[in-house]
Design a binder for this molecule. Structure first.
Ligand SMILES: Nc1ncnc2c1ncn2[C@@H]1O[C@H](COP(=O)(O)OP(=O)(O)OP(=O)(O)O)[C@@H](O)[C@H]1O
Ligand SMILES: [Mg+2]
Length: 383
């Protein structure tokens, strides 16, 4: 067991966290819809869509286990069956999985879909239950003109429970379904999960860090740095990957907690947006500003007041014998670096009150890289 990573497995994508941050509204709504229908002995079908890492799979697991543990509905218990269709992307392979889940099996070949479905219902009859069939990453299935979705939504109530669907996809899959199935997914049966914003991600990262890491090893500075990096995509998985990698890097470095430099290293190793060719293209002033920022960032801070960077910039310019640019030109160069995705400016506003960060690669690495380039460029440019 590491000093920082106490329960790394809880950061694994297969781990279902006990609590879902900032999804109470959605979960309450979904639980209510299923419980109301199942209590009356009916079925309910729902389609959930949303971007990568918006928590679709997590919400499916949470809903499934809440309904399972929630006791009997209309006198009958609930069983959730989860199938990832990405890996089992034909009606037959999905149905074989469902058969096993209700304790029956059939040879792989020789049976029509409808026959298999009969056996499936027999399996349910053996021990009465409502089935919640979660078909995750269902796009792979519906693009092959699935009949299974239709058959399951039209499956007669089996008297001893009902069969409900919970479809999960990154895009709207209704256009691919036949009109009859589509009618089971009217407006109130669709839910689009919004991507997480920065405040959501901050809370998610802090909560998941509290499960996985030793207390005191993930300062707010670092939690916010990670959330800022992931807020562009709203992708919680990306945020948690950064957290995991930063924690590993911190441990390998023998540090007692995660530092901003470890987050930068985690970002730079996985998804490099700052390349050497991008640096080659920069004019002298932004190059010197970046060097000043890299030097300022070698301490424990993820963000530095812009004025402090400007002071550091003046010193760097002097060191290399370059003429420092005006305040306005300095600010313009900073905004250009922000547009290039190299520098983070927050909060946006006047140059006075803002702070600057650079989360793309370790500051120490950038400093070394820039020192060489600046020396070549500025010195070569002299008469
Ligand atoms: N609200 C939340 N609270 C805590 N952890 C969350 C929350 N939402 C997502 N996560 C975690 O973030 C990661 C990504 O979430 P999830 O796998 O559910 O996304 P997804 O929408 O299914 O993505 P994909 O489209 O790639 O399948 C998982 O590790 C999940 O546990
Ligand atoms: Mg998923």
């Amino acid at each position: 067991m590491g000093k920082i990573l106490r329960a790394e497995e809880t950061l694994d994508s297969s781990f279902a966290p006990p609590r879902l941050v900032r999804r109470d509204g959605e979960l309450d709504l979904l639980r209510k819809r299923y419980r109301d229908a199942l209590t009356k002995g009916g079925a309910y079908h729902q389609l959930v869509t949303g971007g990568i890492g918006s928590g679709k799979t997590a919400i499916a697991h949470r809903l499934g286990s809440d309904l399972e543990k929630g006791g009997k509905l209309g006198g009958i218990g609930v069983q959730r069956v989860y199938v990832n269709c990405w890996r089992r992307s034909s009606d037959r392979t999905v149905l074989h999985h469902l058969l096993r889940a209700v304790g029956v099996s059939l040879p792989d070949r020789g049976y029509a879909l409808a026959e298999m479905l009969d056996v499936f219902e027999q399996g349910i009859r053996k021990s009465p239950r409502h089935l919640l069939v979660v078909l995750d990453e269902v796009s792979a299935l519906v693009r092959q003109e699935t009949k299974l979705v239709y058959l399951l939504t039209r499956s007669p109530e089996v008297n001893l429970g009902s069969i409900s669907l919970f479809l999960v996809a990154s895009e709207d899959v209704l256009p691919y379904l036949d009109p009859a199935s589509r009618s089971s997914f009217g407006v109130t049966h669709r839910l689009q999960l919004k991507g997480y914003d920065r405040a959501d991600l901050t809370e998610i990262v802090r909560y998941r860090a509290s499960l996985a890491l030793a207390p005191g090893t993930f300062p707010d500075e670092v939690v916010e740095q990670i959330s800022a990096l992931a807020s562009g995509s709203g992708d919680a998985r990306f945020a948690l990957e950064l957290l995991t990698n930063a924690a590993r890097i911190a441990e390998e470095a023998g540090a007692s907690s995660i530092e901003p430099e470890h987050v930068r290293a985690a970002k730079g190793s996985g998804y490099p947006t700052l390349t050497e060719s991008k640096l080659e293209e920069l004019p002298e002033a932004p190059l010197l500003i970046l060097l000043a920022l890299a030097r300022s960032l070698r301490g424990p801070k993820a963000r530095i007041p812009t004025e402090r960077v400007r002071t550091a910039y003046s010193a760097v310019a002097e060191e290399f014998g370059a003429a420092p640019v005006s305040r306005v030109t300095f600010w313009r160069a900073v905004k250009e670096l922000e547009r290039e995705g190299i520098v983070q400016v927050e909060p946006t506003g006047s140059g006075q009150s803002s702070r600057l960060g650079m989360d793309e690669v370790p500051a120490s690495f950038l400093e070394t890289l820039l020192r060489e380039k600046v020396a070549k460029r500025v010195v070569a440019g002299k008469p």
